[in-house]
Design a protein around this ligand. Structure first.
Ligand code: OXD
Ligand code: MN
Length: 602
């Protein structure tokens, strides 16, 4: 066991041990031996199910408690010293008060459990852009997931010993065991005791009560987005909820694209897209988070701080994302999916037949089963996930671990709109691009649709739940970055893959065909094609975005590209109402863009 010599780290670990009183403390090393040992222990305790070694080698399934299935935004806090620094998109509690409340909860919370000290790096170990951190957790499930999602290594301890710098992340499932008390399959605390707390001024994370995803794997949303976004604003870089991909043309010229979409818009699918444009190929660098800094040549360079994919399982199929399926053939973790009778894994819309198995609630299950309410019982939870090493993706880019990052040529923003937003439009300049990102919006899902009051859900830069400070200051930081980058700033585009006809038919085939839209963007960057000036931005001239071989008629294309000024004015009115909540923190440049757009719409 390699233990740090750093006084600050040792003191923190000791203070947590004293507060949480675990049975033992184990320093993790990220080794295969450690992974296998913990998986073995979890299989023995019944927490993990080992999948069939032939069908899904070295892979395991977990089922969470039915109350602990997703990020809990209403229990997530930005505890800045001043309330106004958290802003209207965050929950705020005074940090002293929150620490007092949580310290009470942490008292004795690891009794009967092992406290794991996990040294991890977000970004390649030792790279100047990477951050060293320690997660303390009492969940072995967290340890094995951190092995895949981050770089867990004793080298991180060496770096902390040398630099005296690390980000402390404390996590407990919040379920102490009394003497002789048997553990349950998925220990966690009730919702009112769950807290996902961030102290941005101290670069500190405290999480209590949940064992699931972003609530518990603290490197991801908590560190790489909430804490990192606050650090980035202070230090002049960017931490964004963006996929990163490399698009290479037949001559070998590379374009790097970073794209922000709210959940359920196909981010992982786009990151691993199979291009249908002859000779052009996509390679994946990241599917969720981008850290970006200006490089020595003044361009913006991006790295993926993560080491794995934590992807939504349902809907992942040979047709929607064959590369994701190929990434999870072995060495994967599945949470809240169906374990089939033959020991394989399954979820809804996987595109393969399932005759039955055990569902995410650990009950015997068959497709088509209906509950007492007459509704079909889903086998997998809608937020069920796979965890897989990024290196297993067949189209992972050779540069994905390059500490220097890749230079970003293009930013893409988007949301899910069945009307109003055309397939693609380009910003006149970077500042309009910021406006597009700041007003990115999606329609509410059918379940939430109130026909009397159809409102849009705004999700600036797909970052609403992940901005670790005031969202108005965050928007201003985008303008500041624009000023730093000047004419080297990426070109900005807005896409909408989800437009429908009045009778509800998708107008655009999506998936691999989205490569046609990316190619048009690259042609714009190279100055190979002109564009039409429209009130909302620059749009393709007919014929420049190839539709060859697609079942899209001229009328459908016209509909996909239509900008209805009345509908757009409606969106603008909703955007105004939304942006008003940022008060005097709303950058004046956003208002300028909004007014200019309004004037252009006439
Ligand atoms: C995710 C999310 O899990 O954005 O990536 O919710
Ligand atoms: Mn995400």
């Amino acid at each position: 066991m390699i233990v740090s010599k750093n006084a600050k780290l040792l003191a923190w670990v000791k203070s947590v041990e004293d507060m949480c009183t675990p049975d033992q403390v184990v320093w993790c090393d990220g080794s295969t031996e450690e992974y296998d040992r913990l998986m073995g222990e979890m299989v023995a305790s019944g927490m993990a199910i080992k999948l069939n070694e032939v069908k899904r080698p070295n892979s395991f399934a977990f089922n969470s408690d039915p109350s602990d299935v997703a990020r809990v935004e209403n229990r997530t806090y930005i505890a800045s010293l001043k309330e106004e620094d958290a802003g209207p998109t965050n929950n705020w509690i005074d940090p002293a008060e929150l620490k007092a409340t949580m310290s009470e909860l942490y008292k004795g919370c690891m009794k009967g459990r092992t406290m794991y000290v996990i040294p991890f790096s977000m970004g390649p170990v030792g790279s100047p852009i990477a951050k060293n951190a320690i997660e303390i957790s009492d969940s072995p499930y967290v340890v094995v997931n951190m092995h895949i999602m981050t770089r867990v290594s004793p080298k991180v301890i060496e770096l902390i010993d040398k630099t005296d710098e690390f980000i402390p992340c404390l996590h407990s499932v919040g379920a102490p065991l009394e003497e002789g008390q048997a553990d349950c399959r998925w220990p966690c605390a009730p919702i009112e005791k769950k807290y996902i707390a961030h102290f941005p001024e101290e670069n500190l994370i405290w999480s209590f009560g949940s064992g699931y995803g972003g609530n518990a794997l603290l490197g991801k949303k908590c560190l790489a987005l909430r804490i990192a976004s606050a650090m980035a604003a202070r230090e002049g870089w960017m931490a964004e909820h963006m996929l990163i991909l490399r698009f290479t043309n037949p001559e070998g010229k590379q374009y790097h694209i970073a794209a922000a979409f709210p959940s359920a818009c196909g981010k992982t699918n786009l990151a691993m897209l199979q291009s249908t444009v002859p000779g052009w190929k996509v390679e994946t660098i990241g599917d969720d988070i981008a850290w970006m800094k200006p490089g020595p040549d003044g361009r913006l360079y991006a790295i993926n701080p993560e080491a794995g994919f934590f992807g939504v399982a349902p809907g992942t199929s040979e047709s929607s994302n064959p590369m994701a399926l190929a990434s999870i053939t072995e060495n994967a973790i599945f949470t809240n999916c169906v374990v089939t009778d033959d020991g394989n894994i399954w979820w809804e819309d996987m595109g393969v037949e399932c005759t039955g198995g055990t569902d995410w609630k650990n009950q015997p299950w068959k497709p088509g089963m209906v509950g007492t309410d007459g509704k079909e019982i889903k086998g997998a939870h809608p937020n069920s996930r796979f965890t897989a090493p990024a290196a297993q993706c067949p189209v992972i880019c050779e540069a994905w671990e390059d500490p220097a990052g890749v230079p970003i040529d293009i930013f893409v923003f988007g949301g899910k709109r069945t009307n109003t937003m055309p397939l693609v439009h380009e910003a006149y300049d970077f500042e309009q691009g910021i406006y597009m990102g700041a007003t990115a919006s999606s329609e509410p899902t059918a379940a939430a649709l109130d026909l009397g009051n159809v409102k849009l859900r705004f999700d600036p830069f797909a970052m609403t739940p992940f901005i670790g400070y005031h969202a108005g200051d965050y928007m201003q930081h985008w303008f500041d970055m624009g000023a730093t980058l000047g004419d080297k700033a990426p070109r900005c585009f807005y896409v909408n893959w989800f437009r429908k006809t009045d009778d509800g038919k998708w107008l655009w085939p999506g998936f691999g065909e989205n490569s046609r839209v990316l190619k048009w963007m690259c042609d714009r960057v190279d100055g190979k094609v002109d564009a039409r000036e429209t009130p909302i931005g620059l749009m393709p001239i007919d014929g420049d975005l190839s539709l060859e071989g697609l079942d899209v008629s001229a009328e459908e294309w016209a509909e996909l590209m239509k900008v209805d000024a009345d509908l757009f004015r409606g969106t603008l009115a909703d955007a105004k109402e939304y942006l008003a909540k940022f008060g005097d923190k709303l950058p004046a440049k956003i208002t300028e863009q909004l007014n200019a757009l309004e004037a252009r719409l006439g």
